[in-house]
Write a protein that binds this ligand. Structure first.
Ligand code: 26M
Length: 823
């Protein structure tokens, strides 16, 4: 309590100027006249940091002093987005900083753009983790995020002739002013080796205990990042681990004089945190990926026990102090790791250790696709973590005993539920391990949680119904409304005050204003200003020209067959075909600009094909003298959080068109609704809840429902039937097949066409006509600007539920049972 703490500077323009120049001169080591944009950006970032520093130190000290129950979020990904603007807004420094820098002749806007966003995640799952830690800080919940400090985040996407190529994301090159390295808190992580069995005691009292004799070690160095709450004096911590070679290892090799070998060893160790794996649905079972997972989890558990609990804390009581939330199965190796710590290091009896472990973990599942479920071959896992494999076997033995007892020895059931799969090879099913160990298992939207209970984890839900719960995802209104859409924020605040930023249900108070013509006019002004901002942004960033007076129709998300970007491109092709063939008069088309943003996993050939198709269709459409008057397609490369922040506030129409039952939740869908776009979507994931809240009249629903899709699949789906029976669809597919978008070449997109006609796993053809009809309803609605903007305002007013603050309340009530830190 008596920690001497330097106060953060008082917020004033003069004070800010002083702090800023001090950073520029003393830390950046330059003077204003010679400073580069990057120098100026770094100095600004460090200045803003100062204003949050005292709160950070205070939050940390209070946490250590009061020892509350904490949430430790374990996630292999945090897709943070840029930090500067978020920090400025959280600290309420935006105006002061702009004025201060303006007085020095610097434009803050220009410095903002100098920041390279930390893209330490693939998509929804990583961005969700970032939203959650923001909400936890804003709600003053004692929480720490643990993850990996990848040296290279998600690849930078470029297009060459319309085809995706990947470039390394060198996000650290220009300096990283938001992180604090703490090498003094390094953790040693062991790998490999073997397990020895030692007998202790004599005769009947003899017990066999296992001892892990590791083969090699690496160090984990923590890097701390501030997670500022919104103007509440709470600043939590995100702790990301970076791998280093051990000193001993190095020294030894150096002493033998083998310099090259020593450096090789170092490189080997540091490879562990080198790069984010860019797959987000088909885990490849790569050894390095398992190394990453164990590395960050072992560091995090050690760190929590050593740094956040008092010395000598009785670990029997660990569940009173922490809930480790497993963000999908990626950190599940934490389960045997905690067992190992308790049994092998702390001398717990197995049953005691298992009770503690079961009380400490909760598991969130983010998928329904079977190919996305992680499994680790037993030989790989046994080679890398022999003791953990042994522990997993014992957990499984005892679990299967319980299943036998409960089922009257149902051997088929036992095989289905086993943590160890036998075919095609023996492998550990991480989702089963997670489900067995967790206090609670949750899905990420109502429909998804229901399908988990009914399908993917049905056996487990029958055994332990109370274990299963739902927490519908959410997004942070700070970043995705307040920061990304300042114009809309101002309009809302003018109408209902600024309480909505931390209490998003208050957006309901906007409902009556949907009927106010003046408010709707101002809402339309905001949209159109946001379109101008987007047009500017794309012109400068990509040299893409987008019209500002058309319907902006946006589909941004990872490229996946189940998300069905192909369905939207088929709609574009159908419009093109209609106009070119003269069946559709230009005057009858509502002018629209279709924007795509999507990265494909580098090894996902079909996804890359689809990217190629979209770009090639775009080229043809945009260069056609007639068609381009009413239809444009824009596909800016390298979609990321920064792009989302300018794109989403400008959108009129949000495309959420996955096959029902495949998208666990979606979170982009929420961001669009909150920014006043209307959704065209299937009954999938959180779309279901969005539609229920905003109302059917303000949502364009189409497509099969999940039970319908399941029935079609069951009966034997034959996509070719749709091709044969629907002339419009046939014309669109034939255009692709005949090379209309590939300079006459029929081979280029043959794989897409034959996949759609042959297998079409995600039923694009089955939903095509229904989608077209819904797009017709969109056009009709858009022709009436008053009705459209009324619906848009109602989307905003009724989407407060999708704040990640609400998600956090649900996790707290149903799973974590932690409370805010008093301040
Ligand atoms: C696994 C192993 C190896 C390499 C990568 C992975 C991997 C990484 C990310 C697997 C899945 C990953 O993410 C899946 C994901 O983003 N799921 C999405 O989660 C969102 C948040 O809950 C949901 O809104 C989306 O519907 C869901 O697709």
């Amino acid at each position: 309590e008596s920690t001497p703490l330097i106060a953060s500077p008082e917020p004033s323009v003069e004070g800010f100027v002083r702090e800023y120049l001090r950073e520029l001169n003393f830390t950046q080591g330059t003077v204003l006249e010679r400073a580069s944009t990057n120098d100026k950006y770094l100095a600004l970032a460090r200045t803003v940091r100062h204003y949050l520093m005292a709160s950070w130190m205070r939050t940390t000290s209070e946490h250590l002093r009061t020892q509350p129950k904490a949430v430790a979020y374990l996630s292999a990904e945090y897709l943070l987005g840029r930090q500067l603007d978020n920090a400025l807004i959280a600290a309420d420094l935006t105006d002061i900083a702009s004025e201060a820098l303006a007085s020095l002749g610097i434009d803050v806007a220009e410095l903002r753009e100098a920041e390279v966003e930390p893209g330490l995640g693939n998509g929804g799952l990583g961005r969700l983790a970032a939203c959650f830690i923001d909400s936890l800080a804003t709600m003053a919940i004692p929480a720490i995020g643990y993850g990996i400090r990848y040296e290279y985040g998600i690849f930078r996407q470029k297009f060459e002739d319309g085809w995706q190529v990947e470039k390394p994301d060198r996000w650290l090159d220009n300096g990283s002013p938001w992180e604090f390295a703490h090498p003094e808190h390094e953790v040693t992580v062991s790998f490999g080796g073997h397990v020895e069995t030692v007998s202790e005691g004599e005769g009947a009292d003899a017990v066999e205990t296992s001892r892990w004799v590791p083969g090699w070690e690496v160090l984990g160095v923590p890097y701390n990042y501030m997670v500022p709450g919104y103007r509440n004096g709470c600043v939590n911590t995100l702790r990301l681990w970076s791998a280093r070679a051990t000193h001993a290892f190095n020294l030894e090799t150096f002493n033998y004089g083998d310099y090259a070998e020593a450096v090789r060893a170092q490189t080997f160790a540091e490879n562990i945190s080198k790069v984010l794996y860019p797959e987000d649905s088909t885990p490849q079972g790569k050894e390095l990926r398992l190394q990453q997972q164990y590395f960050f989890v072992a560091c995090s558990l050690r760190d929590f026990i050593d740094q956040l609990l008092p010395q000598g804390f009785d670990l029997h009581r660990l569940p009173e102090r922490v809930c480790f939330q497993l963000n999908d199965t990626h950190p599940v190796i934490a389960v045997p790791e905690l067992m190992r710590i308790l049994v092998d290091e702390e001398g717990f009896a197995w049953d005691e250790a298992w009770e503690v472990t079961q009380g400490c973990f909760a598991y969130t599942c983010h998928t329904l696709l079977p190919e996305a479920l992680e499994v680790w071959p037993v030989d790989l896992l046994g080679r890398l973590l022999p003791r953990h494999l042994e522990i997993i076997y014992r957990i499984n033995d005892e679990f299967l005993e319980e299943v036998r007892e409960a089922s009257g020895d149902d051997a088929v059931l036992v095989r289905r539920m086993s943590i160890i799969a036998e075919h095609p090879g023996r492998a550990v099913r991480m989702a089963h391990l997670a489900t067995v160990a967790a206090t609670k298992v949750n899905g990420v939207a109502e429909l998804h949680s229901q399908l988990l209970r009914d399908k993917v984890l049905a056996d487990f839900a029958r055994l332990w119904p109370e274990k299963f719960t739902n927490v519908t995802n959410g997004v942070t209104p700070r970043r995705f409304v307040r920061m990304a859409n300042p114009r809309l924020s101002e309009l809302i605040t003018e109408a209902i005050g600024d309480g909505w930023v931390t209490d998003l249900d208050r957006l309901r108070e906007l409902e009556p204003l949907a009927d106010d013509p003046e408010f709707r006019r101002r809402f339309r002004e905001v949209k159109s200003a946001n379109k101008e901002r987007l047009a500017d942004f794309l012109a400068r960033r990509d040299g893409i020209e987008v019209p500002v007076d058309t319907m902006l129709d946006v589909m941004v998300k990872r490229l996946h067959e189940y998300k069905r970007q192909t369905l939207q491109i088929l709609h574009v092709i159908t419009l093109y075909d209609g106009i070119v063939s003269g069946r559709l008069a230009l005057e009858d088309v509502v002018p629209r600009t279709v924007v795509f943003g999507a990265k494909a996993a580098p090894g996902y050939a079909m996804a890359k094909q689809i990217i190629g198709l979209i770009n090639h269709v775009a080229a043809v459409v945009n260069n056609h003298p007639e068609v381009s008057r009413v239809l444009r397609v824009a596909f800016p490369a390298n979609y990321n959080v920064t792009v989302a922040e300018t794109l989403i506030p400008a959108a009129d129409l949000s495309e959420q068109i996955s096959l029902a039952g495949k998208e666990a939740s979606g979170t982009g869908n929420m961001k669009f609704a909150l920014n006043g776009a209307l959704t065209i979507g299937t009954d999938d994931g959180a779309n279901v809840e969005i539609r229920q809240l905003v109302g059917d009249d303000h949502f364009f629903l189409f497509g099969l429902t999940e039970p319908e899709a399941a029935a079609v699949a069951e009966a034997g789906y034959r996509p070719a039937t749709y091709y044969e029976e629907n002339a419009t669809l046939r014309r669109a597919l034939d255009l692709i097949a005949r090379g209309e978008f590939s300079g006459g070449d029929r081979q280029t997109f043959e794989p897409i066409v034959s996949n759609l006609l042959g297998e079409d796993r995600f039923m694009v053809l089955a939903d095509y006509q229904s989608y077209l009809d819904a797009q017709q309803r969109v056009e009709a609605a858009y022709r009436d600007p008053d009705a459209w903007s009324r619906s848009a305002v109602l989307n905003v007013a009724r989407s407060g539920f999708f704040s990640s603050d609400r998600s956090m309340r649900d996790y707290l009530d149903r799973i974590w049972h932690a409370e805010p830190l008093e301040s």
